[in-house]
Design a protein around this ligand. Structure first.
Ligand code: ZN
Length: 313
C-alpha cells in the first residue's frame, strides 16, 4: 500500500483567464476557491477550482499564460484529466455542454463506466466519468449546476509514455498497484482503487514528446494525509530513483515535485491546511490572495493582472 491516498489536484496551462473562469465556473459549475498569482511568476494568475469547501482531490488549477504558444499532447505528459460526476448525470451534462456551445463531445465506455469526452475552452482534454464511488464532497450552492449533478472531484489522469516499463516499475516502487487493463490502457492505483485514485498509462512509442502550453497539463499532484507521510513518501520517491525537490510551502498545502521516469511532472501535496487558512471559507476566491512577500507590491501586481469578472456566466 502506498503512502499516497489519491489525486490531490491537477494543474494545467490555460490561455485567457476570463475564458477559463467562464468554462470551469460558468459551464462545469465548479467553485473558484482561490484566486492568486503564480508564486514564481507573480504577473500571471493561478486559479483554483474545486467543490464547495475546496476538499483535496476535488481541485483543478490553472496557470493562464496568454502569451505562450499552444501546447501539444504527447509522451511524457498527462494527456487527459478525468473528473467524477454522479451516476445518471451524463444526459444532464451532455445537454448542458451542448447548450453551452461545447462542440465535439462524445460518449465512451471505459472500465465499465460511462464517460463524456470533450476539450475545454483552451483545448485541454477532459472526461466526465459517471461513478457511484463515495468521496468527500460539499456541493457549491453558489454555482449554476444543481447539487445532484455537480462535478464530485478528480477521477483519474491518463499518461502517454514512450515506454511503459520504467513508469510501471517506478509506480510499483512507490506503492501503486495495477488494477485493470483495457484497450492498451494500464490502470494503476495507490490505494484500493476507485474514483479519485486512478492513473491510466499507455505506451505510445511513435508519438512525439508533448510540449507545455495552453491546453496541456502542467503537473499531477498526489495527496498524502500530513507532513510525516509527505517526508516518508519523498524518501520512497528518492529511493525509487527520482529526484524530489525539498518540501515547498504552498500555504494551502506543502509540496514536493519530481519527474517520474517517463517525464511527467508529479507533485506530492499534503491534505492540509487547506484553502480556508488565509481567507474566510464563505468568500473563498473572491479576493486576490498573495503570498506575504508579495503583499507590499499588491497594488502593482493587481494593476498588472487582467480583470476577472466572477459573476459572468
Ligand atoms: Zn501543484
Amino acid at each position: 500500500m502506498s503512502l499516497i491516498t489519491g489525486l490531490h489536484h491537477v494543474t494545467a496551462i490555460a490561455a485567457d483567464p476570463q475564458a477559463n473562469l467562464d468554462f470551469y465556473s460558468g459551464v462545469l459549475g465548479m467553485r473558484l476557491v482561490k484566486r492568486t498569482v503564480n508564486q514564481d511568476v507573480p504577473d500571471t494568475y493561478h486559479l483554483f477550482y474545486a467543490d464547495g469547501e475546496g476538499h483535496p482531490g476535488t481541485d483543478l488549477t490553472f496557470f493562464p499564460w496568454r502569451d505562450m504558444s499552444p501546447g501539444r499532447n504527447g509522451t511524457g505528459l498527462a494527456t487527459e484529466v478525468g473528473v467524477a460526476v454522479p451516476l445518471e448525470s451524463l444526459d444532464y451534462w451532455s445537454e448542458r455542454l451542448s447548450r453551452s456551445g461545447v462542440a465535439g463531445v462524445r460518449e465512451e465506455a471505459r472500465f465499465g463506466e460511462r464517460a463524456l469526452l470533450l476539450a475545454d475552452v483552451h483545448g485541454l482534454q477532459l472526461s466526465l466519468v459517471e461513478t457511484g464511488d463515495e468521496r468527500e464532497f460539499t456541493p457549491w450552492t453558489g454555482g449554476p449546476v444543481p447539487a445532484r449533478h455537480q462535478v464530485r472531484g478528480l477521477h483519474s489522469v491518463r499518461l502517454w509514455q514512450r515506454q511503459l516499463a520504467p513508469t510501471e516499475n517506478f509506480l510499483r516502487a512507490i506503492g501503486f498497484a495495477p488494477v485493470a487493463e483495457e484497450a492498451g490502457w494500464h490502470r494503476f492505483s495507490p490505494g484500493a482503487g476507485g474514483s479519485g485514485a486512478l492513473v491510466d498509462l499507455r505506451e505510445m512509442p511513435s508519438e512525439p514528446r508533448g510540449k507545455w502550453g495552453p491546453g496541456v497539463v502542467h503537473h499531477v499532484a498526489w495527496r498524502v494525509p500530513d507532513d510525516r507521510a509527505e517526508l516518508a513518501a519523498r524518501a520512497q520517491v528518492a529511493s525509487a530513483g527520482a529526484q524530489p525537490t525539498e518540501v515547498i510551502d504552498r500555504f494551502w498545502f506543502r509540496s514536493v515535485y519530481f519527474r517520474e521516469p517517463g517525464g511527467v511532472l508529479f507533485e506530492i501535496a499534503t491534505d492540509g491546511p487547506g484553502f480556508a487558512v488565509d481567507e474566510p471559507a464563505e468568500s473563498l476566491g473572491e479576493r486576490l490572495v498573495l503570498p506575504p512577500w508579495f503583499e507590499e507590491s499588491r497594488e502593482q501586481i493587481e494593476r498588472g493582472l487582467p480583470p476577472l469578472n466572477l459573476t459572468r456566466k
